[in-house]
Ligand binder design. Structure first.
Ligand SMILES: Cc1cc2nc3c(=O)[nH]c(=O)nc-3n(C[C@H](O)[C@H](O)[C@H](O)COP(=O)(O)O)c2cc1C
Length: 240
């Protein structure tokens, strides 16, 4: 059915609002998210495209005791790692999410992001304890009642991670449409050797990332953090 002009405008505004109101929320309310709503979001997101419809996503939804137990395990490992940095050898990421060698302009944007967030929270460059505590909040899903873990079969190629990103963004945008917020989290990736057995991941699967999902705490300062974007004409080449 061809939409009328008016409904086309309404659709644009709804879709664009869902996309542009998505942000990484780092403080959530303890309000539960009904399982039926989670099921719905996962289903909507599954309309994401993937090369030859391979649909490489495998999703683990952690709530209640399973969520709390994972939080306890990974927070303990994060603390242990800080106490003994030599343990880092046990906590390796399975794929390079970030470049081995940082170069401009990416390193500049990364620094701006990191110091912007820490600056807002009053965390100075030497505040190792506060930095650790803020980082640790990742491993509590920023208090969100729902933690998601995403895995992929290791046999899949790099292109499948592209497909995966489409699933993740679809899920985050669909969550917005229901008044929910999210924070995608690569912070979990180094702890795959704890997470994969905890969630009962299939043999041969690797961790792609985690995600916090829930209702944002509007009173928490951290959620006022806004990130800039590069102007369109600075990343686009028009070829007429
Ligand atoms: C795959 C992925 C992993 C991320 N991992 C983390 C994370 O571990 N912890 C965190 O606080 N933010 C994480 N972020 C959020 C980014 O910092 C954030 O998307 C970026 O700064 C832009 O801000 P916005 O999401 O509020 O628009 C991640 C984002 C993506 C896409």
């Amino acid at each position: 059915m061809t939409p009328t002009l008016e409904s086309q405008a309404d659709l644009a505004s709804v879709v664009e609002d869902a996309i542009t109101s998505r942000m990484s929320v780092r403080a959530f309310l303890p309000r539960e998210v009904p399982r039926s709503l989670l099921q719905h979001l996962l289903e909507v997101a599954s309309r994401a495209p993937s090369g030859t419809n391979t649909q490489p996503w495998k999703v683990y939804v952690l709530t209640g005791a399973s969520r709390d137990a994972l939080v306890a395990k990974v927070c303990a490992a994060h603390d242990a790692l800080r106490a003994d940095p030599a343990l880092a050898a046990n906590f390796r990421e399975e794929y390079d999410y970030y470049p081995e060698k940082w170069v401009s302009p990416y390193i500049d944007r990364r620094r701006e992001n990191g110091w912007g967030l820490y600056g807002l929270l009053g965390i100075g460059k030497g505040d190792k304890d506060m930095m650790h505590a803020q980082h640790q909040r990742n491993y509590r899903f920023f208090d969100a009642p729902v933690g998601l873990m995403f895995t992929i079969d290791r046999v899949m190629g790099r292109g499948s991670l592209l497909d995966y990103g489409m699933y993740l963004q679809s899920l985050m945008v669909a969550a917005r449409a229901q008044g929910l917020h999210t924070c995608p989290q690569a912070a979990w990736n180094g702890f795959a050797n704890i997470i994969l057995p905890h969630i009962g991941a299939d043999e041969g699967d690797m961790l792609v990332c985690g995600m916090a999902l829930g209702y944002a705490d509007p009173t928490d300062l951290v959620n006022t953090f806004q990130t800039p974007r590069v102007a369109v004409n600075d990343f686009t080449t028009w070829l007429d």
